[in-house]
Design a protein around this ligand. Structure first.
Ligand code: BES
Ligand code: MN
Ligand code: ZN
Length: 498
């Protein structure tokens, strides 16, 4: 998709469709819709339909006018943005996605979006519109032979801005890089497990690294055993598909001193549960159990292109979790890379096992701060539903930094606790700890388990099990892989730039 900026008056722009945001500036139940466009001709073109009461500015309300009087545009799309007092960059991002999804469904290929002039800084607004538009343009129907849905895409978006567009070009490019990276993550996540094995994931990471100038190493099963990653190998040993430890390195010329960020991703390309096998109902969704890995790989793409001055290394633990004659069994004891012994109570609690060794590896190569992302627990879905991802942090300062980035990125996440009172549950009769405990507080248990391996390195854990896959389509995003956490991670990394 091409993105352009134009400083033309919205009414004078020739386009298949001009999109204008309508906000409700009214009190409680008395709507007062207002067209957020300084161009009087645009407001005039919408006057009758506004006066009719049909348009109230409700969130995602769409009204399409053909041949709007006084405008050079062929159509005018009035897009409701909700209550003016609640309107923010996050809403604007979603509206751009909704505009794309509405118009591509009507077979349009191009449109122009008038930047609302209502307090959002122009650069921030442009970036949000670009991000939202790309996210809205993604469709997951890769293998449909009727290619209609796949081919119905927007090719060209123009953002109409007041004044000189030159200073906004960087914001447009940054939005593009982040959003294309988010869609790259969604692309990896969307692939089924027969087309996204650990080997294929490693190849995709390698190709991306070559394209953007990152270093990439892929370690095989022998190396994983040599590194004494007994927890990772214990999961991998059950599968005929070879595992992969993927390491992506970003090393800028003059990085911030004494900071080395580590991004660790769970890359279970299919989670059957192993010997503690999952029920058949819904098991097909476990192809997205590599969403954390995809997000970290794609974040590295954005980082390589945006070039923040901070050293970042991504560590991806990729494997299948399968039952087989070679698979680990409940009761088995594995020795992790850190030397800690783990009694395997449930082979379906495999993500924490592979991440345990990923975290130790991050520490061994000198990471000073670590973030991991993983579709780790069904329990986080019980706690937070499909709306917020769970954040766990071992360090309040690091949490504050992350929360700020998260806020800017417009992604929903909620902090959950990690107190030592939960540590009791980790106890094993035979080993240093068990890998699974009671059903209650399951997301916290998993995070407490990981904390044993993050040790004293300031660390954040993102449990994206409930948010990495959209259960339903929304006006701004298709059902399927969401690409959650990518934008927050990239914003977080940028915040460390020297
Ligand atoms: N990959 C799953 C978690 C998951 C659940 C991801 C739903 C996406 C949607 C994870 O490996 C898992 O199976 N966790 C178990 C842990 C339990 C056995 C302690 C769970 O949450 O049920
Ligand atoms: Mn599992
Ligand atoms: Zn899993």
């Amino acid at each position: 998709m091409n993105t352009n900026l134009s400083s033309s008056a919205p009414s004078q722009l020739e386009t298949d469709c001009l999109v204008a945001v309508v906000l409700d500036r009214g009190e409680k139940d008395k709507p007062s819709p207002s067209i957020e466009c300084a161009d009087a001709a645009v407001r005039e073109a919408a006057r009758d339909v506004i006066a009719s009461g049909e348009v109230i500015g409700k969130s995602f309300e769409t009204t399409l006018l053909h041949r709007p009087a006084g405008l050079k545009a062929k159509r005018l799309l009035l897009l409701g943005g909700g209550k003016a007092k609640n309107f923010s960059t996050a809403e604007l991002r979603k509206l751009a996605g909704a505009a794309v999804r509405t118009l591509k469904g009507k077979n349009l290929r191009t449109f122009a979006f008038a930047l609302p002039e209502n307090g959002i800084a122009a650069a921030e607004g442009v970036r949000a519109i670009v991000e939202g538009a790309f996210v809205g343009n993604f469709e997951p129907g890769y293998y449909k032979s009727d290619r209609k849905e796949k081919d119905q895409k927007i090719d060209d978006v123009t953002i109409v801005v007041p004044g000189d567009p030159k200073p906004l070009e960087n914001a447009m490019q940054a939005g593009r890089i982040v959003a294309e990276s988010q869609n790259f993550a969604r692309d990896l996540i969307n692939e089924p497990s027969n087309r996204m094995t650990p080997t294929i994931l490693a190849e995709r990471a390698k190709k991306m690294a070559a394209d953007v100038g990152l270093k990439c190493e892929v370690h095989d099963g022998d190396k994983i055993r040599q590194l004494k990653m007994g927890a990772f190998w214990g999961v991998a040993q059950g599968s005929d598909e070879p595992p992969a430890l993927i390491v992506l390195r970003y090393e800028p010329k003059d990085p911030a001193k004494d900071v080395h960020l580590g991004l660790v991703g769970k890359g279970v390309t299919f989670d059957t549960g192993g010997i503690s096998i999952k029920p058949a109902d819904g098991m097909e969704k476990m192809k997205y159990d590599m969403a954390g890995a995809a997000t970290m790989i794609a974040a590295m793409r954005a980082i390589a292109l945006l070039k923040p001055k901070v050293k970042v290394t991504a560590i991806i633990c990729a494997t299948e979790n399968m039952p087989s004659g070679k698979a680990q069994k409940p009761g088995d004891v594995q020795i992790a890379m850190s030397g800690k012994s783990i009694e395997i109570i449930n082979t379906d609690a495999e993500g924490r096992l592979i991440l345990a060794d990923g975290l130790s590896y991050a520490r061994q190569i000198g990471c000073t701060h670590i973030v991991d992302a993983a579709t780790l627990t069904g329990a986080v879905v019980v706690a937070l539903g499909y709306v917020n991802a769970g954040i766990f942090a071992s360090d309040d300062q690091l949490y504050e930094r992350f929360a700020k980035a998260n806020q800017q990125a417009g992604e929903k996440m909620w902090r959950l606790p990690l107190d030592d009172d939960y540590k009791e549950n980790l106890k094993s009769n035979i080993a240093d700890m068990v890998n699974a405990g009671s059903r209650f507080g399951g997301a916290i248990f998993a995070a407490m388990f990981l904390k044993e391996f993050a040790e004293d390195t300031p660390w954040i854990h993102l449990d994206i099990a409930g948010t990495a896959w959209m259960e339903d389509s929304k006006p701004w995003i298709a059902k399927g892989p969401s690409g959650i956490a990518l934008r927050s991670l990239v914003e977080f990394v940028k915040g460390w730039s020297a």
